[in-house]
Design a protein around this ligand. Structure first.
Ligand code: ASP
Ligand code: MG
Length: 462
């Protein structure tokens, strides 16, 4: 029997009732089973903040640690009734928190956050979650074992903060070190480099950890438990009657995640495609005795009636615009600028060029730094370098977008009818996604226009 790999995120780990729901869903699964957990809701951000505050003398590590301790104790006291287990939990919790205390003290003393300390400290959010879950399960007499990525061999490429899993090495080690007879609780979000350093897998990366583990073990599925109704046709804060999407391809899911849908880390599908392991999205709030996924992501191409399955947006993109009368035709300008930006460790999200302008799409946080880099290059032919950070990127996703005619026309007429000005359009780079840029203030109206054009309820019934 192949493994089930199941992941619970921070939104499931907010309070004792969330943990109880996790227990209820774990017992629905057949074995062999692997459970991957994120940090409790907000804890990664708190740890990040603590690292930043360490450089201030007034920052009191002890009270920071006490707060975390109280949060975990409050949860566990509500769940674990066996006093021996509670004592054992407390002992382990103290041990883990004293390790965290030492690490934060090291940052405080050096007044720097060396990269290896940064990654190690942030991994404690997940390590505390796995500890809580193990004791909560033990209390209901569910046998399970905590397994750290560094002990079982989830090996990375060695990059700090945003590592990639080394599948060749990890596959061999995980299959040797894990036994199908046991249920493991594994902290997500990090792996270990070949020389033993803890490496984070990027923000939101425990989806990717779980996917990597599922791929290495050739699991039957990867189940991601969320507190929303699966992938939706749009953000329900903008479209209250957005509908759940039952089926997505890996490519559709990756594009939606890349362009802003928060439900999945964009790298999650990557390891699973080759073995065609499905990702199933489930809602912890409508837990029955069955495992009933809302969205299934696999290779099956299901065409939506109107092609577009979902529309997402991202406010975090910005444009670095290089203007000059011949930038499009002069050789080398694009290569020179993008390679220098890349060398500085800045991720280029997209590049759209014309004869007179090169538009480089970046994360807003990187705009100023990228501008300085290009200014210093002093390239002949670039007359001005502008930054545009008042934009939103809107993406429409669906299999068939590039092959079915008339979809783009219909979409942009719907947007134009609302008097919205579309600044840049990118169509054709991916077979399943098309994206464009509007002013930030127009974003919600754009989403509403597209949604009402493509998601007419009667057509849904067809
Ligand atoms: N706790 C980590 C984060 O907040 C990883 C995750 O939640 O997936 O980024
Ligand atoms: Mg997450």
């Amino acid at each position: 029997m192949a493994y089930n790999v199941v992941k619970f995120g921070g939104s499931n780990l907010k309070n004792p009732s969330g943990i109880k729901r996790i227990l209820k869903s774990i017992i629905c699964y057949e074995k062999p089973l692997i459970v991957v957990v994120s940090a409790f809701f907000g804890v990664t951000n708190n740890l990040l903040n603590a690292i930043k505050l360490c450089c201030r003398t007034e920052f009191d590590i002890e009270s920071f640690i006490d707060e975390i301790k109280q949060q975990k104790l409050d949860s566990v006291k509500n769940i674990v009734s066996n006093p021996f287990l509670l004592d054992e939990f407390l002992e382990n919790l103290n041990q883990r928190l004293s390790e965290l205390y030492k690490l934060l003290s090291m940052v405080k003393q050096n007044k720097t956050s060396e990269l290896h300390l940064y990654d190690l400290i942030l991994s404690y959010g997940e390590r505390l979650s796995s500890l809580v879950l193990v004791y909560a399960l033990k209390d209901i007499k569910y046998e399970c074992y905590e397994a750290f990525p560094e002990d079982i061999g989830l090996i990375t490429d060695g990059e700090f903060k945003n590592a990639t899993v080394n599948f060749e090495l990890s596959r061999e080690l995980l299959n040797t070190n894990l036994s199908e007879e046991k249920t493991y609780i594994i902290p997500g979000f990090y792996g270990v480099s070949q020389n033993g350093c803890i490496n984070l897998l990027g923000r939101g990366g425990s989806d990717y950890s779980a996917a990597a583990i599922a791929a290495c073990l050739n699991a039957q599925s990867l189940d991601l438990w969320k507190d929303v109704k699966g992938f939706l046709s749009a953000d329900p804060n903008i479209i209250p009657d957005a509908v759940s999407i039952q089926s997505l391809t890996y490519a559709e899911a990756a594009e939606l995640a890349y362009f802003g849908s928060k439900i999945l880390h964009p790298r999650t599908p990557e390891p699973l495609i080759e073995k065609q392991i499905p990702i199933r999205i489930l809602n912890i709030n409508d837990l029955s005795t069955d495992i009933d996924p809302l969205t299934i992501i696999n290779t099956k191409e299901v065409y939506a009636h109107n092609v577009i399955k979902s529309v997402s947006y991202n406010h975090n993109f910005g444009i670095l615009k290089l203007v000059g009368s011949g930038v499009g035709i002069k050789p080398g300008i694009l290569a020179k600028t993008t390679s220098e930006i890349d060398k500085a460790g800045i991720n280029i999200k997209s590049v759209i060029t014309s004869q007179t302008a090169i538009n480089i799409l970046l994360s807003q946080d990187d705009l100023m730094r990228a501008k300085r880099i290009v200014q210093e290059l002093n390239i002949q032919g670039i007359n001005s370098i502008n930054i545009c950070d008042d934009i939103s990127l809107v993406a429409a996703v669906g299999e068939g977008l590039t092959s079915r005619h008339g979809i783009a026309g219909r979409l942009f007429s719907a947007v134009a009818q609302k008097g919205i000005n579309v600044r840049i359009i990118c169509f054709g780079a991916s077979n399943v996604a098309m994206y464009f840029i509007v002013h930030k203030n127009d974003c919600n109206e754009t989403i509403r226009a597209i949604h009402s054009e493509f998601f007419v309820p009667q057509e849904y019934l067809v």
